[in-house]
Ligand binder design. Structure first.
Ligand SMILES: [Zn+2]
Length: 369
């Protein structure tokens, strides 16, 4: 792969987008031989990226609760991450769930959500590392919690097919995290947004299988599926499978559903952490994936490229993780109605609450800019 190779078409479109970014898939913690700290992520957001983009949020989960040998339990690992996120407003934490360890008892995670209201923006599951098929009944109680607390769930998704690489290496299909297995689970709680991390695994027929499932879920109202594009076409500049996913989501029987696709990187794992990869430092690898994906979208969709970029890199994740979160805050309108009914509230208090609601609405409007 030519790292700095920029073809003519790409050059034409190398504009300064200066957009905002939410990276929907990042981590901290211990991952096999590496341990990642907050400063392994802040290299990406402490200054604008090479094209002027600014990372507004990173959706982060603790690898120490995912990696089988470094296992912290659901309470320990998620609390550690929560403390780190409190000092880093860019980091928005997911609570890692371990239905393999708890045998499907989600009470620790519920305790965590109750003790830390509006702190976690979603749940994270890694069926492959847990060696627990995504359609197993042990996930059910966690999905019910996600429904109750209106939390989206990020699943590691992986290969549907056995793959033969040019160098003779053979990779089996994934026994635990295939999109079809996650889809089976998703249909039991169809309102819970479930994200297929890595779009079913990197490229070709595996990502196509994930897109087939996304489109089926949308057209037949069977589940609320999303996908992130971390590692998809990671070694090409053109990103053909990302473009194909956008094209198909733009043209579903329900209309344009590109709201279901999210930008993500899996930073600081592999090329985004420590030593970098293929001659690139982590920040250079990050700049490259942002610029390459944006250029590929602009080249494939010259008219609507900017609009699609804004959705995939920012707005879709904002709606999914942060606008939904607002709905979890107490409903002041209902509180007033009930109080008036019970004649427990004097006129002055009603005026005060009305002012609070007005203030909230104004804030909501401003944050949408
Ligand atoms: Zn990951």
């Amino acid at each position: 792969m030519k790292v700095t190779g920029i073809n003519n078409a790409t050059k034409r479109n190398t504009t300064n987008f200066k957009g905002r970014i939410i990276d929907s898939h990042t981590h901290l913690g211990k991952w096999y031989e590496n341990t990642y700290n907050a400063n392994d992520l802040d290299v990406f957001y402490k200054q604008p990226l090479a094209n002027g983009d600014v990372i507004e949020k990173m959706i982060v989960s603790n690898l120490s609760c995912i990696e089988p040998n470094g296992l912290l339990d659901e309470l320990q690992g998620n609390k550690v991450l929560l403390e780190i996120a409190k000092n880093n407003p860019v980091l928005a934490p997911l609570a890692v769930c371990q239905p393999n360890v708890t045998k499907g008892d989600a009470s620790k995670i519920e305790q965590l959500l109750k003790e830390n209201p509006n702190s976690f923006v979603g749940l994270k599951f890694h069926p492959k590392r847990m060696e627990l098929p995504a359609d197993d009944a042990s996930y059910n109680a966690y999905m019910k919690l996600a429904e109750k607390y209106k939390l989206p769930c990020l699943f590691h998704s992986d290969k549907t097919f056995e793959t033969f690489y040019i160098n003779g290496v053979k990779a089996p299909r994934c026994e635990y995290s295939r999109p079809e297995q996650i889809y089976k689970l998703a249909q039991r709680t169809p309102k819970v947004p479930i994200i297929l991390g890595h779009l079913g695994g990197n490229e070709g027929k595996d990502t196509k299988a994930a897109v087939d499932i996304l489109v089926d879920s949308i057209e037949n109202n069977k589940a609320t599926l999303f996908a992130d594009i971390s590692w998809v076409n990671c070694d090409t500049t053109e990103k053909p499978d990302i473009i194909e996913a956008i094209r198909r989501l733009k043209n579903t029987k329900k209309g344009d559903m590109t709201e279901r696709l999210l930008f993500g990187t899996d930073a600081p794992i592999a090329r985004f952490g420590k030593e970098g990869e293929k001659g690139l430092k982590p920040i250079e690898a990050y700049n490259k994936v942002v610029i390459d994906v944006k250029n590929a979208i602009k080249n494939a969709f010259p008219e609507e490229g900017e609009k699609i970029i804004e959705k995939i890199f920012y707005q879709n994740a904002k709606n999914l993780f942060f606008e939904r979160q607002k709905k979890r805050l107490p409903d002041f309108g209902n509180i007033i109605k009930k109080a008036v009914k019970n004649k427990k509230l004097c006129f002055g208090a009603i005026i005060l609450l009305a002012a609070i609601i007005a203030g909230n609405m104004k804030l909501g409007k401003e944050s949408k800019k």
